[in-house]
Each structure stands twice: as C-alpha cells, then as structure tokens.
Design a protein. Structure first.
Length: 276
C-alpha cells in the first residue's frame, strides 16, 4: 500500500488560515478530496493521511466528516487544544470517530521557544500518551533539542517529526540540525516524515541534489521503518507540483531495496498511525 503521509484539505471560506501569505497566492482557494484524487490515481497511491491546517476546533470534525465518505482518506491528524481543561474529553470525542489517528499543533508558531515543555502542554501530551494517540511535531531546528527531554517527561508518547524539522536546505547547512536529529532518532518512539522539503529549498532553483544530504542523514539515523514519505500538498505548490515532490524524494533517496521503499512509501505510515 502506497500512502501519502502528509497532505491537507481546506476551504478558505470555512476556516481562517492566518499563516497563508497575502494574495495573490496559489493556496488561496479550495483544496478538497476531488482535487487530490486524480493525482493519487496517476501515481498509484492508495490514499493519504490528512493533517490539520487550522487551529480551530471545528476543523477536526469537518475533516473526519469528509473521511467518512472518502475512501482515499486513510487517517486524520487533527488539532486539539492541548492546554485546554477539556483536552481529555476532546480526545475521547475524536477517538470515537473512524479514521482519527493523531494530533498536531504548530509548535513553530509559538513565541515561547520551550512551549513543548510547558506544564499545561505536558499535561495535554500525557493525555495523548495515556490513550496511545500519536503526536505530529511541527517544529523547526531550534526545537529539536527539546525532544529528548519531552520523551523523558511523557514516556510512551509516540511522535513523528514533520518535514524533517524544516532545516535550512536553501543554505545547505546541516550543522546543528544533523546532531539534534541524531539525538532524536536515538529515541525508539520517534519517527520522521520526509516531507515539506522543497518549500525549504531555494525558490525556483532547487534541485533534488539539494535535498539529498538531508534525506540521507535522516535515513541513516531513523532507518526505513521510522521514515515516511509525505507530499505536504497543497503547500508544496509554492515550490513545485505533487509529481515533482515525489520525483525529488525518489532521487534524493537514491537506489534502495524494494523493502526499504515499501516501508517509506507506505508501511511506516500504516504502522505508526495504525491505519485500517
């Protein structure tokens, strides 16, 4: 089974996406299952994991409602207010719905650089761990050093680093990111997505070779059983098409065994998110 582990749906008139650049912008329109289906069919992908884009409670139920009738939506990673007094009840509500498979919060948008380790956040993350709900880490390189401490504070929390933590690919600079990724990978419950890379590369001039040192380091650290491919569609459209993302990933990964490719292109996501 081939799975795109990281893509989004949205309707700008329904939810506010304050992170979007100002108009005119390719992202300022609807992106819904009917827009993605032909792409998945063309490239023989069985489905995708849909990941939150807005930090509003209503988006989770909206995505899960779509998932109920869209066979290609294999799982939904939703936003939950981890600091809220009702986080446990919110998680139980979502867990009762088919295809709910995880939680994400845009850590890199928080002004507090140690937001992940705040007592109220840790309390919410412990609610995740107690229910065995995985957590997508949307962060940047300065936050990577917090992961070992987070793992110690919340034992049993299964985590995946989105977008390989958005390293400075345009600058080709691995220092710092390389060492912190290795420390995070030393924790057995931590996974990583090979996603969101072309938007961190040089706009208009990026090449697959620019991604290769970062992809190869992630592969060496995590191994294929803890890596998963994700397109980050439609955000990827700021730098390239879904097809270009797949081609760049394939070239940056280089020659690999069929088993390695099967893990990264689907089996890891299916195992980590426990997709049906």
């Amino acid at each position: 089974m081939r799975i795109d582990s990281h893509q989004h749906f949205w309707s700008p008139g329904r939810f506010p996406y304050a992170w979007m650049p100002p108009e005119p912008n390719v992202l300022r329109r609807e992106f819904l299952p009917r827009h993605l289906a032909p792409i998945l069919d063309e490239h023989r992908f069985d489905g995708s994991v849909v990941v939150q884009a807005a930090t509003v409670a209503g988006e989770a139920d909206w995505l899960l409602d779509m998932a109920r009738t869209e066979a290609r939506i294999l799982g939904v990673v939703a936003w939950v207010d981890l600091t809220g007094s009702r986080v446990g009840e919110d998680l139980d509500h979502l867990a009762a719905r088919p295809k709910f498979c995880g939680v994400r919060h845009p850590v890199h948008d928080e002004q507090d650089g140690r937001w992940l380790l705040r007592p109220d956040v840790l309390r919410g993350l412990r609610e995740l761990a107690s229910r065995d709900i995985p957590y997508d880490l949307l962060l940047r390189p300065p936050h990577l050093s917090l992961i070992p401490e987070l793992a110690a504070e919340v034992p049993g929390l299964r985590m995946v680093i989105d977008h390989i933590a958005k390293p400075p690919i345009a600058e080709g600079r691995l220092e710092g990111w390389r060492e912190d990724m290795a420390r995070a990978a030393a924790l057995p419950g931590v996974h990583c997505k090979l996603s969101g890379m072309i938007t961190e590369a040089s706009p208009g001039t990026w090449k697959a070779a620019d991604l290769a040192p970062f992809v190869q380091h992630a592969l060496a650290c995590f191994g294929p059983e803890r890596l998963m491919f994700g397109s980050d569609w439609p955000v990827c459209l700021l730098a390239g098409t879904w097809k270009q993302v797949l081609a760049a990933f394939t070239q940056a990964l280089g020659a690999q065994t069929m088993e390695t490719r099967e893990w990264i292109l689907g089996r890891t996501a299916r195992t980590f998110y426990r997709l049906g």
